[in-house]
Ligand binder design. Sequence first.
Ligand SMILES: O=C(COP(=O)(O)O)NO
Length: 250
Amino acid sequence: MAGTGKFFVGGNWKCNGTKDSISKLVSDLNSAKLEADVDVVVAPPFVYIDQVKNSITDRIEISAQNSWVGKGGAFTGEISVEQLKDHGVKWVILGHSERRHIIGEKDEFIGKKAGYALSEGLGVIACIGELLEEREAGKTFDVCFQQLKAFADAVPSWDNIVIAYEPVWAIGTGKVATPQQAQEVHVAVRGWLKNNVSAEVASKIRIIYGGSVNGGNCAELAKQEDIDGFLVGGASLKGPEFATIVNSAT
Ligand SMILES: O=C(COP(=O)(O)O)NO
């Protein structure tokens, strides 16, 4: 574990849940004992943010899974940063691979979204990661650095950013990166930040791993010097398992 800040674990609930299932999940999270030195956020679908915000322990902050690139207005279907803040949201996940490769969001657009969210006071969980074919072609670092640069070109500062390295081939597949694979990329990301932003940002920023993290593999990943936490998908829908993952990140 590097970085000088707290550790950080996010639960990305994606497009999952019902009022009843989320009520049970929140109840399980409220009764879980969570390590004090881990920042914990959960990212419900937009329509359940109020339900979660009004029922979850204040030990856990709320993240959105996306936000609009600027002020609200005639942008059908979008949710603005101002509206998220109005509902007590503190973080937003941006650049998730599902929005890059399913929705088609491009690096520059994602960077601008991050710049606007940060300028309006939200924290940003900035997602990067390569496709399997990019890894097999030896382009992992090139892809991640290109995605990092798009954030760097648009953000006002790095103070309220957590970087999530999520290899696309590990997301939702059960094929978790090995601790060595993840550590290698985290070191490269921290090195890129040192060379292109500052040594201070590189040492302080949390770089978290996502992609098939579960209660069985989190401990080995957490031992890696440059893995500062996790961004968890499927396993975050199970309260006790998510708590196990949170408590491994110390
Ligand atoms: O997309 C992910 C990871 O999902 P899984 O844990 O289900 O692989 N985090 O944002």
